[in-house]
Design a protein around this ligand. Structure first.
Ligand code: PEP
Length: 242
């Protein structure tokens, strides 16, 4: 399965910076040995999609509403994101679960909405440090998968990816051991079946990408901080095994 390296720009980038980064990605990407995806904030999504049109780099959103339209001030519906040029959408990121109270049931409704709109959901799961230290990491992630993924997720007619992102590794410079990443990816594979790509996310950098991306069942990376620099992001992509 071809790996994917996806960048989550989070709440960063004004128009000028986004245009510059998109231009650097377009010029620098070459012929990567993996799929590339960038997920800018919604304000610059259409501009970034336009700047990357016809390039190897796909564009995604960072969240969507569960309804297709209606009285939801400030929210964005999946068809709007598709209309703006998105092909994918990150759902259930731990920052949304923690800061916006998103439950598995809410994530599931968003996954269904994204699929209906023709977007490929990238569904994030991952344990907190207390859960890992308590020995519950796998059962927490299993519960999130059971609650967030619809039946048939990732099978024909319902494309989708899972991103395993330990909460304590996001933006901290800390990563699980390679053995722990491999064990969690094997556990996720057991639950989602053979056709779903499973990305690892959490402090992926050019210096650790090759080792992580070579682990069994790691189908790519979801990259936060390092995706804001074209050279770092493309170096991570270049670290994908052929
Ligand atoms: C993320 O937020 O999805 C993420 C993985 O961030 P970082 O790479 O900065 O840890």
């Amino acid at each position: 399965m071809r790996r994917m390296v996806a960048g989550n720009w989070k709440m960063n980038m004004l128009a000028d910076g986004a245009a510059q980064l998109a231009g650097e990605l377009r010029r620098g990407a070459g012929e990567p040995g993996c799929e590339l995806l960038v997920c800018p904030p919604a304000t610059v999504l259409a501009a970034v999609a336009h700047a990357l049109l016809g390039s190897v780099c796909q564009v995604g959103a960072q969240d969507c509403h569960a309804e297709a339209s209606g009285a939801h001030t400030g929210d964005l519906a999946a068809p709007m994101l598709r209309d703006a040029g998105a092909t994918h959408v990150i759902l259930g990121h731990s920052e949304r679960r923690a800061n916006h109270g998103e439950t598995d049931a809410m994530v599931l409704a968003k996954v269904r909405a994204a699929t209906r709109a023709g977007l490929v959901p990238v569904v994030c799961v991952g344990e907190t440090l207390a859960e890992r230290e308590g020995g519950w990491a796998e059962s927490v992630v299993a519960g999130q998968l059971a609650g967030s993924l619809p039946h048939g997720f990732g099978q024909s007619g319902m494309a989708g990816l899972v991103a395993y992102e330990p909460v304590w590794a996001i933006g901290t410079g800390r990563t699980p051991t390679e053995a722990d990443i491999a064990a969690m990816h094997a556990a996720i594979r057991h639950r989602v079946g053979p056709s779903v790509r499973i990305l690892y996310g959490g402090s992926v950098k050019p210096g650790n990408a090759a080792a992580i991306l070579a682990l069994p069942e790691v189908g790519g990376a979801l990259v936060g901080g390092a995706s804001l620099d074209a050279r770092s992001f493309l170096a991570i992509a270049a670290a994908c095994p052929a």
